[in-house]
Write a protein that binds this ligand. Structure first.
Ligand SMILES: Cc1cc2nc3c(=O)[nH]c(=O)nc-3n(C[C@H](O)[C@H](O)[C@H](O)COP(=O)(O)OP(=O)(O)OC[C@H]3O[C@@H](n4cnc5c(N)ncnc54)[C@H](O)[C@@H]3O)c2cc1C
Length: 486
């Protein structure tokens, strides 16, 4: 069969490789001139930055693609697990490192916070339980196929529902169990990994903590960018044809069945179309005359982000690859992100420094800072003003907490913000992870990986089931390939 894939984001790449490997003839159309979508890199002066994602969990989902395609993953993609995961800093001078090794993490908590680590151990085992109960069901399967609901895993998940604490928020569960403001803050922060609000999102999302602290964070040998590049190379080796700089303008239909795509005046016939474009724009721009699933498309979007890529002409031994400079008021911060549509005066700053592990990413004696804060998705804000405020607040706060004037150390600079995210990858409202997971039932209302109304049309990527983030996007590609090749 001839299959067109619209978009070469991580999900589009993975779907293309899987489908070509299954014997189909796959063409990928990408409007930019590179593969990877949000998962790409940029150069600013002499500094290299991973432009989008920096936290990489479940690398086995990447390995799986190579294995399914009969290749040795190590021939394409290498990574190692990190030892210390994240350095957390608070204004009162407290500093601690999280580890995926439970014993080491427990000791660190006892040493640095002077509290019993038992509640944290209990929290981690509860998070593992949540992941093992619903992970396979919500991540690896379509929630829109009957077969999913008759599986053993579903029956087991239903039997375990009372222990899943579905109807309590992350913050409620974390507060009750951890009963320590800094620990609650650390565990609440996992909500931001899919752009959600811990004060609203179901505590089922605490399973994200298990991905980081239980299963560990992986570090690609050649940077995050290598995740998308290695799958791109695999797809090319398998025979997928890539068409860069080609924007798809319409998905063509014949009798409620996808029959091809249109780019400007050019029409191409295909047996099936897999769409990696944000599903909101896919309906609005590529299928404007078809009935729109309005309820699904109009759900609240996840948060966005402002990233400053800074070349810093100094080295900070107290910083590691992942660092978080914590806010004094999490509640206010999330209220601004999800309700007030602006930024707090004291944001949590996430600083990723890949030159800690890949020295060639920055000149000698310097560091490449990816300094990010979470911000609301686009809702008519004055972004120029917000970006100016963000820059000032990040510089002030990091200077104060690290005891050095950061502003004077910036020698190269680029900024990535919601409007750029929206324009560059066609992500509706600049959201990083599609729709937010703030509602308990949200997972069931994400768009399915296929269209119920249009035959031979499929969807993959962060805006559809199972959601945003690298592992989820890779899962969406697997689900699409499984459905097509079933
Ligand atoms: C700043 C930032 C930080 C992040 N941090 C993390 C993190 O730490 N960990 C994590 O797991 N995830 C993170 N994410 C989220 C992660 O990057 C995304 O969930 C994931 O990369 C989305 O992949 P996708 O397959 O949905 O496609 P996208 O990356 O959204 O790409 C879609 C592609 O389709 C192309 N396209 C769209 N429409 C058309 C069209 N009509 N014709 C042709 N081409 C088209 C676009 O040009 C683009 O290349 C982050 C994202 C950002 C921006």
């Amino acid at each position: 069969m001839k299959i067109a894939v619209v978009g070469a984001g991580i999900a589009g790449l993975a779907a293309a490789a899987r489908l070509q490997n299954a014997g189909h003839e796959v063409d990928v159309f990408e409007h930019r001139n590179y593969a990877g979508g949000k998962l790409t890199e940029i150069m600013v002066g002499d500094y290299r930055f991973d432009a989008g994602p920096s936290i990489f969990t479940m690398p086995e989902y990447v390995d799986e693609i190579f294995k399914v395609c009969g290749k040795n993953p190590k021939d394409y993609f290498e990574y190692e697990f990190m030892d210390g995961i994240c350095n957390y800093f608070w204004e009162d001078g407290t500093q601690l490192t999280s580890y995926a090794d439970p014993e080491r993490f427990a000791k660190e908590i006892e040493d640095k916070l002077k509290v019993d680590s038992q509640p944290v151990r209990k929290m981690m085992s509860k998070n593992q339980f949540k992941f093992e109960t619903v992970g396979d069901l919500f991540i690896r399967k379509s929630l829109h196929k009957l077969g999913t609901y008759t599986s053993y895993n579903t029956v087991r998940a239903i039997a375990r529902t009372p222990r899943l604490q579905l109807f309590q928020s992350m913050d409620q569960v974390n507060n009750k169990l951890l009963n320590h403001p800094k620990l609650v803050q650390m565990f609440n922060r996992f909500a931001t990994y899919n752009g959600s609000n811990p004060y609203e999102a179901s505590s089922i999302l605490n399973l994200i903590g298990h991905l980081e602290l239980g299963l560990g964070i992986a570090l690609p040998k050649n940077g995050m960018h290598d995740i998308s590049q290695s799958i791109y190379k695999l797809a090319k080796d398998l025979g997928v044809k890539f068409h860069f700089g080609r924007k798809v303008d319409e998905i063509l239909l014949k009798n409620k069945q996808a029959s091809g795509i249109r780019l400007g005046e050019d029409k191409f016939s295909y047996d099936k179309v897999v769409c990696n474009m944000d599903v909101y724009y896919a309906y609005n721009k590529l299928l404007p005359n078809e009935p729109q699933p309005i309820k699904v498309l109009n759900q609240t979007r996840s948060s966005s982000g402002i990233v400053f890529y800074w070349g810093i002409k100094k080295e900070f031994p107290e910083l590691i690859l992942h660092n978080a400079l914590m806010t004094n008021d999490s509640e206010k911060e999330f209220d601004c992100i999800f309700n007030k549509k602006t930024i707090t005066d004291d944001p949590t700053i996430y600083i990723n420094i890949t030159s800690k592990h890949c020295p060639e990413d920055a000149p000698k004696g310097c560091e490449n800072w990816f300094a990010m804060i979470n911000v609301p998705h686009i809702q008519g804000q004055d972004w120029d003003k917000i970006i100016e405020q963000a820059r000032e607040r990040i510089i002030q706060k990091s200077s104060r907490m690290l005891g050095t004037d950061i502003g004077s150390l910036i020698e190269a600079e680029e900024v990535f913000e919601p409007r750029i995210i929206q324009n560059r990858t066609f992500s509706y409202q600049g959201s990083l992870y599609g729709i937010s997971s703030n509602s308990t039932t949200g997972a069931f209302f994400r768009h399915a990986n296929f269209s119920r109304k249009i035959k031979d049309l499929y969807f993959c990527g962060g805006s559809v089931h199972p959601g945003g983030g690298i592992p989820m996007c890779l899962s969406s590609a697997k689900i699409v390939a499984d459905i097509i090749t079933a």
